[in-house]
Write a protein that binds this ligand. Structure first.
Ligand code: CUK
Ligand code: CUA
Length: 603
């Protein structure tokens, strides 16, 4: 098949020449009413958006599409001091960027349990966790023997493992051996404990691993392989007409780990199960045309749906057949029960809980709604068209998701199309345009485009979560592990964090324990020597919801947020002799401007 793969030339259903294109009519007044959440009213859903190469996670209200929060994860954030506070620095280990693609929440019994969100970093092979009660990052783990950690998915029967895919194959270990022999490269499907965030095991395969999904029972996980060729150039990676989806048998892998039938690779101590050369007891490869990308599981837990990317088809695997595949009773290809044609460049699929699937079609710039049952009947030879409807989106849609789509409680109300290009849809803002997260009403038979949501580059994925499943706290409960760290420091220095203002000198190190309480810092003067290593450890004694303070030390590149009942700290080197004001950066009180003090740096 020949068509242009370029994002900007490939559309077939929508005119999209920047400036000269015919943008479809604006949504009508009736439609936009549906997204209108009146002043003072809340949205029905939280949307968790990955922030792509911004390295962060964003929270939107759905359906208003109002951005509510940005959670710094792998990035440096000036407002909160993430990447500068001692705790975040320890998590980030000096790195300042990340590339988040997939954010998923922890599950119990097939739906969200409101405890954690997990997000990948493709840039440095890491998995981060956000504690949902505080909506703050609390753990980051490095994934060994991995590059390009891309698809991740938590198990859905309980808060168990989080499965993480290496998209890039590398030598194993990657220590200078086999560099010019790509045939020996391999990739890891890594299991991380969602509670402890420890690497439990890795399963090594010889093809690449793109998107990831888990079933609803804890038996299997899935990973699309778009480069079964093992190529290292674009042409090589596109060679084969057929690639596959990996289906990992998690119980068989766990049994091998328990029995010690494992190896280690490189300096990592994580047990590695060698599943290269699959099909074997650990993994089978169900054929999928061609360079498949997304894999999604239907909310009834029955089907895995793989998007062809370079094939206009999606491939449907009936998960209950995998037991017979692993037992050698049926051929791997017999796990496939449908393969409807959905359009050029299918990438990802969402579900409405009523038996319909919605696949994002990148090259065509459309969303295709299709019926799973009809697709299965058509595959058996019945004359039935599984395509229900198509909707033009603007433009080049990547990910898509629907309200509660990744749970057994998929409710089929809202669909988002995360479009990679907005072209002429918004006021021009220079060379780089915003992307366009379009909101679509799927509550009845037609697909109703009702809102354009410009977003900063570049969200890859989003999940839409019923608001009653998320319960945040109003003031810090000091339950996170990081409080142990502050308490240990304070105990050594004989300081009570909530009560004391004290400067401890320890050679060239100066620890400044300080309270904040609107509109005052506990110390209005701190004396240090030029070149001292100064650590400010600030505890916010205010216990009123949202009464935050910030500590900025002028001319020293230091600023961080301290939420009510929280402690935060940062360490820096005192500069040239002189007076440097430190001040509060969050508007906390009528006398907020007066909430400041002097760092007096002596020669
Ligand atoms: S990938 Cu970005 S459009 Cu990372 Cu989920 Cu498909
Ligand atoms: Cu404290 Cu402003």
């Amino acid at each position: 098949m020949a068509w242009s793969l370029s994002a900007c030339t490939g559309g077939t259903t929508t005119s999209q020449a920047p400036g000269g294109g015919t943008a479809p009519a604006a949504p009508d007044a009736h439609a936009s009413n549906k997204t209108h959440v009146p002043p003072g009213k809340h949205d029905d859903y939280y949307g968790f958006w990955s922030g792509g190469q911004s390295g962060e996670v964003r929270i939107l209200g759905v359906p208003s599409m109002r951005e509510l929060k940005r959670i710094p994860v792998f990035n440096r954030d000036s407002a909160t001091g993430w990447g500068q506070t001692d705790f975040s620095k320890a998590l980030l280990k000096g790195r300042t960027m990340g590339d988040t693609h997939h954010v998923h929440l922890s599950y119990t019994d097939g739906t969200y349990d409101g405890r954690y969100a997990y997000v990948n970093d493709k840039a440095t092979a890491r998995l981060a966790r956000i504690r949902l009660e505080t909506m703050e990052t609390d753990k980051i783990v490095d994934i060994p023997n991995s590059q390009g950690t891309h698809g991740i998915f938590p198990q859905r029967h309980k808060t168990g493992l989080v499965l993480c895919n290496s998209e890039f194959r590398t030598p194993m270990p990657n220590d200078g051996r086999d560099m010019d022999d790509p045939k020996k490269y391999a990739a890891m499907h890594t299991a991380i404990d969602g509670e402890t965030m420890e690497v439990k095991w890795q399963c090594m395969v010889d093809g690449n691993l793109d998107l990831c999904a888990t079933d609803y029972t804890g038996d299997y996980s899935f990973a699309c392989c778009y480069n079964s060729e093992g190529g290292v150039t674009l042409e090589e990676m596109m060679g084969a007409d057929q690639d596959w989806v990996w289906c990992f048998n998690l119980k068989a892998i766990q049994a091998a780990v328990d029995a010690g039938k494992t190896m280690t690779v490189g300096t990592s101590k994580a047990p590695v199960v060698d599943a290269r050369g699959g099909d074997n007891e650990f993994v089978v490869r169900v054929p999928v045309p061609k360079s498949p990308h997304g894999v999604n599981i239907s909310p009834d837990g029955k089907y895995a749906v793989m998007c062809g990317k370079l094939s206009p088809t999606v491939t449907v695997v009936e998960i209950s057949r995998l037991a017979d595949v692993f037992a050698g009773k049926i051929k791997v290809a017999d796990a496939v029960v449908a393969q409807p044609e959905v359009g050029l460049g299918p990438l990802h699929t969402a579900f409405d809980g009523r038996g319909n699937a919605y696949t994002s079609i990148f090259l065509d710039s459309v969303m295709t709604k299709w019926n799973i049952d009809k697709a299965i009947r058509a595959y058996k030879g019945e004359q039935v068209d599984p395509i229900v409807a198509k909707l033009d989106v603007h433009y080049q849609v990547g990910h898509t998701n629907a309200s509660m789509s990744e749970t057994k409680e998929a409710d089929g109300k809202w669909l988002v199309a995360l479009c990679k290009f907005s072209k002429d849809r918004f006021l021009p803002v220079g060379l780089l345009h915003p992307e366009n997260d379009q909101l679509i009403d799927i509550s009845d038979d037609k697909l109703d485009l009702i809102h354009d949501g410009p977003t900063a580059p570049e969200p890859h994925d989003a999940v839409i979560v019923r608001k009653d499943l998320i319960k945040t706290i109003k003031v810090q409960d000091r339950k996170d592990d990081r409080f142990k760290m502050y308490e240990e420091w304070a105990a050594k220095d004989g300081v009570k964090l909530m009560d004391d203002n004290k400067v401890i000198r320890d050679g060239k190190k100066v620890r400044v324990y300080m309270i904040s309480q609107a509109p005052k810092f506990g110390l209005t003067e701190v004396r240090v020597k030029s070149g001292d290593e100064v650590q400010f450890i600030v505890t916010n004694r205010d216990s009123v919801e949202d009464l935050a303070h910030g500590l900025c030390v002028t001319q020293h590149d230091v600023n961080f947020l301290i939420n009510p009942q929280d402690t935060q700290s940062a360490t820096f080197t005192a500069g040239e002799p002189g007076v440097y004001w430190y001040y509060c950066t969050w508007f906390c009180h009528a006398m907020h401007l007066e909430m400041r003090g002097r760092l007096i740096v002596e020669a």
